[in-house]
Write a protein that binds this ligand. Structure first.
Ligand SMILES: Cc1ncc(COP(=O)(O)O)c(C=O)c1O
Length: 363
């Protein structure tokens, strides 16, 4: 008998999201649980976006504008590119899927960094695309030289998370340019910059600065982090207009809701919320960098809105003890980091509560 699903679906290990607050409260009989597990915005959504969504909800009996005409134009002007170079998605996660299904076949290979953002691997496998994973180098850094060497005639696409999730590390413009110079022009290089707004490092470069020189480079961005709109599902890709036109062929016509389009328009104008979020993040990263080493943890230099802490002991245990104290963080044993936790930056009160809980557990 034919199996119900192809082998690549049978063996697919689905994405494990951060544990929800409500479920944790139910399971442990707690109230006031805090979630520092999904790199969400601790200040909430952009207030201007909330207002715009309220207004837009009155028109939700109509299908959305299938081309997201106004948002595409506003975003293009905001980023400094042409509207033809923008593709919007239901989260940048949808763009990962769209790029894979538009540009690769089951005969092509996708090159990934082992231990990096799991959505690349899951999307590749869900589409039945073979993938090759190159280990990180010391310091939880992408090994771009080894990745360039791992490119074969079958390689069609490479995913680079910069800054990386879950490690928070980043690589420089020089390293990215060196990689682009080493990779054949027919290999698409996807530079996922979900956290680029948090980067405070002059050597960092966005793919937006480089895609004209390298038309095989795609930059992915999201409204989920700095704009606090993870629940709305809104992301975008900046790429050569020819690539964008192909992606438009394969995407669903109404992939962005009426509400999401309105939220995106307003969020782009909410510079105050972006500024507050960045400042809260800067203080949170500094706080964790000061406090966690006192508890024996080693941190990477995070360029994102979370810290990646090696506690040098089984981290799943720590994670479970933290849950009992009402603090949800994220263990990464299944991604090859059995002694590490990823802790999202929260409000100052949330960060302090997390450190206090860790202190109690570890003392
Ligand atoms: C590196 C990276 N890329 C993409 C995403 C997905 O973002 P979105 O919410 O836009 O789908 C995340 C979310 O955590 C991420 O960490």
């Amino acid at each position: 008998m034919r199996p119900l699903v192809p082998t690549h679906v049978e063996t697919l290990k689905p994405y494990v999201p951060g544990k929800p607050i409500e479920e944790t409260e139910r399971e442990f009989g707690l109230k006031g649980v805090i979630k520092l597990a999904s790199n969400e915005n601790p200040l909430g959504p952009s207030p201007r976006a909330v207002e715009a969504m309220r207004t837009a909800s009155a028109a939700t009996h109509l299908y959305p504008d299938a081309t997201s005409f106004h948002l595409v134009r506003k975003l293009a002007a905001h980023v400094g590119v042409r509207p033809e170079e923008v593709v919007l998605g239901c989260g940048s996660n949808e763009l990962i899927e769209l790029l894979i299904r538009t540009f690769t076949t089951p005969e092509d290979e996708i090159l990934l960094c082992k231990g990096s953002f799991s959505a690349y691997r899951i999307s590749a496998q869900a589409h039945g695309r073979p993938f090759v994973e190159v280990p990180m180098k010391a310091g939880y850094q992408y090994d771009l030289e080894a990745m360039a060497k791992a490119v074969t005639p079958r390689t069609r696409m490479v995913f680079l998370a910069n800054p990386d999730n879950p490690t928070g590390t980043a690589f420089s413009r020089a390293a990215l340019e060196q990689f682009l110079a080493a990779v054949p022009a027919e290999v698409l290089v996807v530079h996922d910059e979900a956290y680029f707004e948090f980067v405070d490092w002059p050597e960092y470069a966005s793919g937006v600065e480089l895609f004209r020189k390298h038309p095989n480079l795609v930059a992915l961005r999201t409204f989920s982090k700095i704009h606090g709109l993870a629940g709305v599902r809104l992301g975008y890709g900046i790429m050569d207009a020819k690539l964008a036109a192909y992606v438009h062929r394969t995407r669903m016509p109404f992939n962005l809701t009426v509400v999401a389009q309105a939220a995106g328009m307003a969020a782009l104008e909410d510079t105050e919320h972006v500024k507050r979020t960045r400042e809260n993040n800067r203080l949170g990263l500094r706080y964790y960098a000061e406090e966690l080493p006192k508890l024996g943890a080693t941190l990477t230099h995070s360029h994102a809105n979370f810290v990646f802490a090696d506690f040098h002991r089984p981290a799943v245990e720590l994670y479970e003890l933290l849950l009992r104290k009402g603090v949800i963080v994220r263990p990464f044993a299944s991604q090859g980091f059995p002694t590490c936790l990823r802790i999202s930056v929260g409000t100052p009160a949330e960060n302090e509560r997390c450190v206090r809980a860790l202190k109690e557990i570890l003392s």
